[in-house]
Design a protein around this ligand. Structure first.
Ligand SMILES: [Zn+2]
Length: 479
């Protein structure tokens, strides 16, 4: 368990780095309460790394990691810490005027003018709070969900933390297929990519100050990704969102204020999705049809509401309760994991990724300087230098679909039926796949250190075999 002072220290750290956003502490509180990174259960890499032990008594220890490759201009790993001095943000290397159209997409409208949104942010709900449910916009979306033909199951709302230990009855109820507790997925959840050695690259929680650094690196290396963006951050950085879109990256919804969705009422979930879809369409002209649940917190009630709003879930690959493709990068900023531990986690993820019969999806973030520094300095160079070679691409194309299928307005209805009210199989009716042997502990951060269990032993190999079958079946049912 984390002490109060520990959480306070994390909040202070976060507010220092994310000083432009006075409300951001709210989001950090929610994260601390509900979702430490599920352990990636990494085997320690050979002790010949470049990371040096420079931890102080109050910060997590750096560990030795073995690097295949790193960006020559990378910030030293030991300097990427919760309290690192912020470097200057860089300008977007390119921007696009209103009226432009992206070369990567066909059949899309001209890029809208962002200036009315920049001039009047009060057109949208307050930052980092679940939007009110009695606005005309939300009431309209509530009506549309009611008229969608999708039945929303009567599943209870979980308590504020959406933690398994605090929701024992819900965690034990496998019929609700609650990913948070047990890793249950439905065949409509995207958790992997179709082809082996293919990484469906994703970055969450932006757009943010250091996203331009990531965009520049991706461009220099001819990479495209999927950005799961938060409505509140979009309102702060509308031009970055437009640039992501215009450069041919995939956009997906990551809610307005980043709550654990199972803790919200139906109407609150509708408000979270609806406003995020709206600001994304207002700025790009198109509406994403995928979403990532914050913390992966999804059950059949959330799935059904999302389906009624034409949003398909994208989580990240999970092989067992302790083998989850979560780098843990978000928690560097909170001071609960070191940068070298994150790289070690990623090395373990790459090892696991070579042993499964599908591609994979990894949880990473572009919200903080630390997470971007790690991505462009270490994680992406490591991935690109890996042997056997990985293919890095957005989630939509790793499902063997064109980028147009990532948006409601351009989805190809003839060859790829859209996910939404017109789909006959409801979210709750498909077969469930559980990669867990039971409920996870409510907070995995302390008891399941990302570095604790070995990952490549015989016992884990058997996990890969048994759980991999379910994942393969899930992927093929999607295509
Ligand atoms: Zn997130």
């Amino acid at each position: 368990m984390r002490s109060t002072s520990f959480v306070l220290a994390a909040l202070l750290s976060a507010s220092n780095v994310y000083a432009h956003d006075p409300n951001f502490a709210h989001a950090v509180v929610a994260r601390q309460a509900s979702s430490a990174p599920a352990g990636t259960s990494s085997a320690a890499a050979p002790a010949s790394g470049t990371a040096s032990a420079s931890a102080t008594a109050s910060s997590p220890s750096q560990v030795s990691v073995s690097l295949i490759s790193q960006n020559p201009t990378a910030i030293p790993l030991s300097s990427i810490t919760a309290n690192m001095a912020s470097s200057a943000t860089i300008a977007l290397y390119t921007t696009f005027p209103a009226g432009s159209t992206p070369t990567a997409l066909t059949g899309v409208p001209p890029l809208p003018d962002a200036s009315p949104i920049i001039a009047n942010p009060a057109l949208y709900p307050p930052l980092d709070k679940t939007p009110p449910t009695d606005s005309p916009e939300v009431m309209q979306w509530i009506t549309e969900v009611a008229n969608s033909g999708i039945s929303i199951p009567n599943i209870s709302v979980t308590t504020a933390a959406a933690a398994c230990g605090a929701n024992a009855a819900a965690a034990a109820d496998t019929s609700r297929c609650w990913w948070t507790c047990g890793g249950c997925t439905r065949d409509t959840d995207i958790t992997t990519c179709a082809d082996e050695l293919t990484w469906g690259l994703t970055y969450d929680d932006g757009p943010a100050f250091y996203t331009p650094n990531l965009l520049q690196y991706l461009n220099e290396n001819n990479l495209k990704t999927t950005f799961f963006t938060i409505g509140s951050r979009i309102l702060e950085e509308p031009v970055i969102l437009q640039t992501e879109y215009m450069l041919g990256h995939q956009l997906g919804v990551h809610t307005w204020s980043h709550p654990p969705l199972t803790t919200l009422t139906n109407n609150e979930i509708i408000a979270e999705f609806g406003w995020t879809k709206k600001i994304m369409k207002d700025l790009t002209g198109v509406t994403p049809n995928t979403f990532r649940p914050p913390f992966g917190d999804i059950d059949d009630r959330v799935r059904a509401i999302a389906q009624a709003m034409s949003l398909q879930p994208v989580i990240w690959t999970r092989l067992s309760p302790t083998v989850t493709f979560d780098t843990g990068d978000f928690n560097i900023n909170a001071g609960t994991i070191s940068s070298s531990e994150v790289v070690s986690n990623f090395n373990a993820i790459m090892n696991n990724a070579t042993q499964i019969q599908t591609g994979f999806i990894v949880l990473e973030h572009d919200l903080f300087e630390q997470t971007v520094d790690l991505a462009i300095g270490y994680i992406l160079p490591e991935a690109m230098a890996h042997s056997p070679k990985f293919t890095l691409e957005p989630v939509i194309t790793c499902q063997k679909m064109p980028l147009e299928n990532a948006y409601i307005e351009t989805n190809d209805n003839s060859t790829h039926p859209p996910f939404g009210p017109n789909v006959t199989s409801s979210a709750g009716s498909g077969s469930a796949t559980s990669t867990g042997g039971g409920a996870q502990s409510s907070s995995t951060g302390s008891s399941a250190s990302p570095l604790s269990p070995p990952v490549l032993g015989a016992s884990v190999a058997s996990v890969l075999v048994t759980s991999g079958l379910g994942i393969v079946a899930a992927v093929f049912s999607l295509l």
